[in-house]
Design a protein around this ligand. Structure first.
Ligand SMILES: NC(=O)c1ccc[n+]([C@@H]2O[C@H](COP(=O)([O-])OP(=O)(O)OC[C@H]3O[C@@H](n4cnc5c(N)ncnc54)[C@H](OP(=O)(O)O)[C@@H]3O)[C@@H](O)[C@H]2O)c1
Length: 275
């Protein structure tokens, strides 16, 4: 039986990998929801802020890979989208340590919107994405031009995970909702490393010194809206207390493959930082 799947945030770091992996399956029709115009044949218009795009995007879907919208009213948007596709299996991308966030906190509200409303659901709680190192909106330009990685981790390590491995877990969940319904999976890479470790690894790969700096958290949230400052502050609290350093065996257990290491990611993408 062919299953139809909507992937929100289809151009995002996780969404694009889920689209690519679902597109390889014979038993799945994938719709990549994007708020931007695209020539990709699998792409359909989907904008969290334009509900006229929703009915077509969710029409007849069996599952939705839900890239969490990082906006203040995320839980409300997610609840409304589920109401528009009440039968769909929802696979949500949340974040590592969400279970430690206080009840009523933003991260928990979004998860609760899924678990409280979806017919079937799976929650993915990934660690930090390795792909932020090559994302122009995060570290790509700082590494390439300033030769610095600046992150208020307090020096704590993180179990960085490749979004291709997150996607592989998501695809298994989508393909087998009976097995993965009502499960919350922490999804990490195979080891926790500091940003100093990453800077040293990239330096060796490109033959140019890259330095890690650890600014105070206040620098990361300066100017942010209060709700966002709270969410980001809480998240870095879980970096500082070691929550994001915990390694899980989810990727291996669910996909049968070991997760990619940060070293593999750096070797594969070194050209992007050479400048
Ligand atoms: N980055 C990390 O290390 C990390 C770690 C753990 C969890 N997370 C969480 O994982 C989730 C996905 O993160 P990500 O880094 O994969 O995201 P991302 O790369 O920032 O991509 C998000 C996508 O959302 C889409 N989008 C933007 N505005 C939209 C709108 N108005 N309507 C519909 N779509 C819109 C964009 O795609 P289009 O332009 O095509 O619409 C964009 O590509 C987020 O909730 C994030 O907090 C991230």
């Amino acid at each position: 039986m062919t299953r139809t799947v909507l992937v929100t945030g289809a151009r995002g770091k996780t969404g694009r990998e889920v689209v690519a992996q679902l597109a390889e399956r014979d038993d799945t029709v994938v719709r990549g929801g994007s708020s931007r115009n695209s020539q990709e044949p699998t792409t359909v218009p989907f904008d969290w802020r334009d509900r006229s795009t929703w009915p077509k995007a969710v029409d007849g879907v069996d599952a939705i890979h839900l890239g969490r919208p990082d906006v203040q009213d995320s839980a409300e948007l997610v609840t409304r989208l589920i109401a528009a596709a009440p039968a769909a299996h929802i696979v949500l991308v949340s974040e590592q340590g969400a279970e430690r966030v206080a009840a009523g906190g933003w991260v928990r509200q979004v998860e609760d919107a899924v678990t409280g409303n979806a017919n079937r659901w799976t929650i993915l709680r990934p660690s930090w994405f390795q792909q932020v190192l090559t994302d122009p909106r995060y570290f790509l330009d700082a590494i390439r031009h300033e030769r610095v990685i600046s992150l208020p981790t307090g020096g704590s390590p993180i179990a960085w995970v490749d979004t291709r491995d997150i996607a592989a877990v998501a695809v298994q969940a989508i393909a087998d909702p009976a097995t993965h319904h009502a499960k919350a999976y922490t999804v990490t890479g195979p080891e926790a490393v500091t940003t100093a470790d990453i800077a040293a690894n990239i330096s060796a790969a490109i033959g140019v010194q890259v330095t890690a700096t650890v600014p105070p958290l206040s620098a990361a949230v300066a100017g942010a809206a209060p709700w966002l400052a709270e969410v980001v502050g809480d998240m870095f609290g879980r970096v500082h207390d070691g929550t994001f350093a915990r390694v899980s065996d989810t990727v291996e257990k669910v996909t049968g493959r070991a997760p990619r290491t940060i070293g593999e990611f750096i070797a594969e993408h070194a050209d992007q930082w050479r400048g």
